[in-house]
Design a protein around this ligand. Structure first.
Ligand code: GDP
Length: 445
């Protein structure tokens, strides 16, 4: 089950909330600070979603003014194990230094944080919410754990972390890390005669080209493991992916099919263009196929050694890409010569960097600080007078980076606004030109 850890200084109402969520009087509640002792865990069931709740109140020590070592260590362990930390503040007491201290170390953790202001009945709530904004976790949820108010809002905020869409498998961070440090899986695709074989040969060094399927790992692909300046690279040779005998008049079509197959094996795909021909419609189809599959794409202009009018050629390709592939602005465009070897170092270096961006995970705090600012700069529209209230943005996976936007009526957000967010995420949060996916989820009330 997904795990929610309730975190906060003593007496903010963690145990009351725990009881409310778990529905049983498992934790002993008392007005005196630090009255609960043991770690409490229970299963909660809210609006069809099951999750586990950990009440960290049990870790509290006698002194409510500090965060003693034992409590902190235990709480940290609970937070690390959790899918989301529910950080509780007391509206009536306002923000105290200990809240700020807890906020500081929560920010240093990787676990996403949902901030809630408890005891928020009446006026106290507003004041508490304003103060809590200073913690930098975005707008807090207003709660009264004792009176059961705000639980629906709380649920809405927790949902992205506790209810993964079926098609988004649970993220295994270790696996991600491993994939990142493993060999760079690189495919070179492009139209016939762009120079793919020549480039592969050049990268491999002389005479190492493997041309028949017999040398391949599977029937359909030829993967060549090699080292590039000490870093492992697995080169996916698309030219070897089909029997050369079949290649006749269908060549142009085949290059798109090649690209489709290559992406099954590749992390980063290089679309090789023949600089003497520029960008043609078929190239855009290949590029589109690669991006549709969520792979990172690099454009390389080959035969640069014989290119004429280099700068106008380069700019022309750039402009055609911007126009033809509106979904991804600013794709890296590099120039190479497979024959002389010029530009290949840079190409592979950029491929590694691109994989890094493609595998990047943005901490939720950073993401939502960006998100608040982005909404302030350009508030969401209100189609037909209906207010759309986006609340949280969360990254559900990497490779490709995929985000879920959560909030009231976000399903009504026009395409232009989604694109505004996607482009901003790319530009501001270190994704460069890798394809970024955004889905929206509006809670059903
Ligand atoms: P593929 O069909 O994409 O694998 O293309 P090839 O690698 O077979 O290359 C097609 C033609 O372009 C061959 O005649 C190559 O010698 C030539 N070629 C490939 N790369 C370069 C380059 O960087 N500069 C020049 N001048 N010719 C190249």
């Amino acid at each position: 089950l997904p795990v929610v850890a309730i975190v906060g200084r003593p007496n903010v109402g963690k145990s009351t909330l725990f009881n409310r969520l778990v529905g049983k009087k498992l934790a002993l509640v008392d007005d005196r600070p630090g009255v609960t002792r043991d770690r409490r865990e229970g299963d909660a069931h809210l609006l069809g979603v099951d999750f586990k709740v950990i009440d960290t109140a049990g870790f509290e020590d006698e002194d409510p003014q500090s965060l003693p070592g034992r409590m902190r260590a235990q709480t940290e362990a609970a937070v690390r194990e959790a899918d989301v930390a529910l950080f509780l503040i007391d509206a009536r007491a306002g923000l105290v230094p200990l809240d700020e201290e807890i906020g500081r170390w929560l920010r240093a953790e990787d676990t996403p944080v949902v901030l809630a202001v408890n005891k928020a009945e009446g006026r106290a709530g507003e004041q508490g919410a304003i103060e809590a904004m200073a913690l930098g976790f975005g707008e807090p949820i207003l709660l009264s754990a004792e009176h059961g108010e705000g639980v629906a809002d709380l649920f809405t905020a927790l949902l992205p972390y506790i209810d993964r869409p079926d098609d988004e498998p649970e993220v295994d961070v270790d696996e991600e890390e491993e994939a990142r440090s493993g060999p760079l899986k690189l495919a070179i695709v492009g139209r016939p005669n762009a120079g793919k074989s020549t480039l592969v040969n050049r990268i491999l060094g002389e005479d190492r080209m493997i041309t028949g399927p017999e040398a391949g790992i599977t029937r359909d692909s030829i993967a060549i493991d090699m080292d590039w300046q000490g870093r492992p690279v697995r080169l996916i040779d698309t030219a070897g992916m089909r029997k050369r005998a079949n290649v006749t008049d269908k060549l142009e079509k085949l290059s798109v099919a090649d690209a489709r197959r290559a992406v099954d094996f590749a992390e980063v795909v290089v679309l090789l263009l023949d600089a003497t021909r520029g960008l043609e419609a078929q190239d855009l189809k290949i590029a589109d196929a690669v991006l549709q599959e969520g792979r990172a794409l690099i454009i390389a202009l080959n035969k640069w050694d014989v290119a004429e009018n280099a700068s106008s050629l380069f700019n022309g390709v750039r402009a055609a890409l911007e126009e033809g592939l509106a979904q991804v602005k600013g794709l890296p465009v590099l120039t190479v010569s497979a024959v002389t070897g010029k530009g290949i170092d840079t190409l592979i270096k950029v491929a590694f960097e691109t994989r890094e961006a493609w595998s990047r995970r943005v901490p939720t705090g950073e993401l939502n600080r960006w998100f608040e600012a982005a909404m302030e700069r350009n508030p969401p529209p209100a189609p037909g007078g209906k207010r759309i209230k986006p609340r949280y943005l969360t990254q559900v996976k990497t490779r490709p980076p995929s985000f879920v936007l959560f909030g009231t009526r976000v399903d009504l957000l026009p395409e232009s606004y989604r694109r505004y967010l996607v482009n901003g995420i790319r530009r501001d949060l270190g994704f460069g030109a890798v394809p970024v996916r955004l889905t929206v989820r509006a809670p059903k009330n």
